[in-house]
Write a protein that binds this ligand. Structure first.
Ligand SMILES: *[C@@H]1O[C@H](CO)[C@@H](O)[C@H](O)[C@H]1NC(C)=O
Ligand SMILES: *[C@@H]1O[C@H](CO)[C@@H](O)[C@H](O)[C@H]1NC(C)=O
Length: 387
């Protein structure tokens, strides 16, 4: 069971944590204000990465000489699809959400309490379904088939080319801004140290590996092949630590500036803040739990927008929750950033940068800290040429 059940007061992460999660040492923090048991949950926004998957064609194209293009390798899942392990991972996500929010949401599935949004990928939809299976096993009132410990829970999805919430690779401005980061002197200096790696990988794969993003895609290819039992080739194993370092760098570049973070996830953060604002104002129409089933980049982007990101690749099933809470005594609203780097793992509160090392950041301060990162759906659509 997750540690957080036994902790009344939030504890900062220890330094050197292998998740790569940022550690900001609180200076003279008045920790009494960081006691969860002195607050009530008010609304929760949680985003998670899908479970383990098979490779997609784009990744396979990076590796044209390999004997991995036989489609049977991915049977019965198909390409870019959730594996059984991935489904188990989704289930763990739902189970840990149930553990954490059991006293906050009903054990019945009440449509007004919960909404689920996914990207337009089979794997994020299937992860949502497995997570919901764990979050909402039907109590007697919703049991409809005695042989099934399952009930349907719906999700919403927009097609890729209309998705202005979770899929920013449609946005030319984002890609331009990210490519511009690559040309910065300090970034060039950092990536120059890996020039020999780029050349080596180019030779070995027979494809053009010249950016940190290319290496990151290759890293994902190896991970996804491992998911179907295909070992990473020896030539890649030999340089794997450096491949991982470059993947981490890429994660730093993707959200290098406030502009990039805003382009990536400013609309989502704006929606979250707007919903918190309405919930505080007493609007009972706001869901208590809003869930997003998405990708590693989405988890990373929202961590960045909440000012708690340290560059790393979020794992399958990693879950990040922004919790709005209300102090029982003062009535003051606060925000907590709770990260579970591994599916089903215990969530850890991350100190929000700019909030004085506090783990419970007062709501108004949080809104101020994120004001450069938010924009409206209309602004995003206009800026990114989405109709
Ligand atoms: C919250 O937990 C802390 C530490 O366990 C304890 O000192 C404090 O009295 C608790 N507060 C309430 C309101 O229960
Ligand atoms: C490889 O790709 C980079 C940028 O994506 C490009 O600048 C370079 O010319 C390419 N090299 C070859 C040999 O195609």
């Amino acid at each position: 069971m997750a540690i957080w059940w036994f902790m009344s007061c939030l504890v900062a992460l220890a330094a050197g944590d292998n998740t790569g999660v940022m550690v900001e040492q609180p200076n003279n923090v008045e920790t009494s204000g960081d006691c969860l048991n002195e607050t009530d949950l008010w609304s929760v926004f949680a985003i998670f990465r899908h479970g383990d998957r098979t490779p997609d064609q784009e990744e396979l194209d990076l590796f044209p000489d390999a004997d991995i293009h036989d489609k049977d390798v991915f049977f019965p899942h198909g390409k870019k699809a959730l594996t059984n392990k991935g489904k188990q991972r989704g289930f763990l996500v739902g189970r840990s959400l149930r553990e954490r929010y059991d006293n906050f949401i009903s054990s019945l599935y009440l449509p007004a309490e919960v909404t689920v949004r996914t990207t337009d990928y089979a794997r994020t939809k299937m992860t949502a379904l497995t997570a919901m299976a764990a979050l909402f096993p039907p109590p007697p009132a919703q049991r409809w088939n005695p042989a099934l410990d399952w009930q349907p829970v719906p999700y919403d999805t927009l097609p890729f080319d209309e998705d202005d919430l979770l899929y920013w690779y449609n946005c030319p401005s984002y890609l331009q801004a990210r490519d511009e980061v690559y040309t910065r002197p300090e970034v060039r200096a950092e990536t120059a140290q890996y020039q020999d790696l780029f050349e080596y990988l180019t030779r070995q794969t027979g494809t053009n590996i010249s950016t940190t993003e290319d290496v990151f895609f290759l890293d994902n290819l190896f991970q996804t092949l491992n998911n179907v039992g295909i070992k990473t080739p020896q030539w890649a194993q030999e340089v794997m630590p450096r491949i991982k370092q470059v993947t981490k760098l890429e994660y730093g570049y993707e959200f290098y500036t406030d502009e990039l973070t805003r382009l990536a996830t400013g609309v989502l953060m704006a929606d979250i803040i707007n919903s918190m604002h309405l919930a505080i104002a007493g609007d009972t129409e706001q869901p208590k739990l809003t869930l997003y089933s998405a990708h590693e980049n989405n988890v990373a982007a929202l961590l960045a927008a909440a000012r708690v990101f340290t560059p790393h690749q979020p794992h399958y099933g990693s879950t990040f929750a922004i919790e709005l809470r209300r102090n029982k005594n003062s009535g003051e609203f606060v925000v907590a950033a709770i990260y579970s780097p591994d599916a089903g793992g215990s969530g850890q509160a991350l100190p929000i940068q700019g909030c004085g090392g506090r783990l419970l950041c007062d709501y108004e301060t949080f809104v101020t800290l994120t004001q450069n990162l938010v924009w409206t759906h209309e602004e995003y659509r206009a800026h990114c040429n989405i109709s």
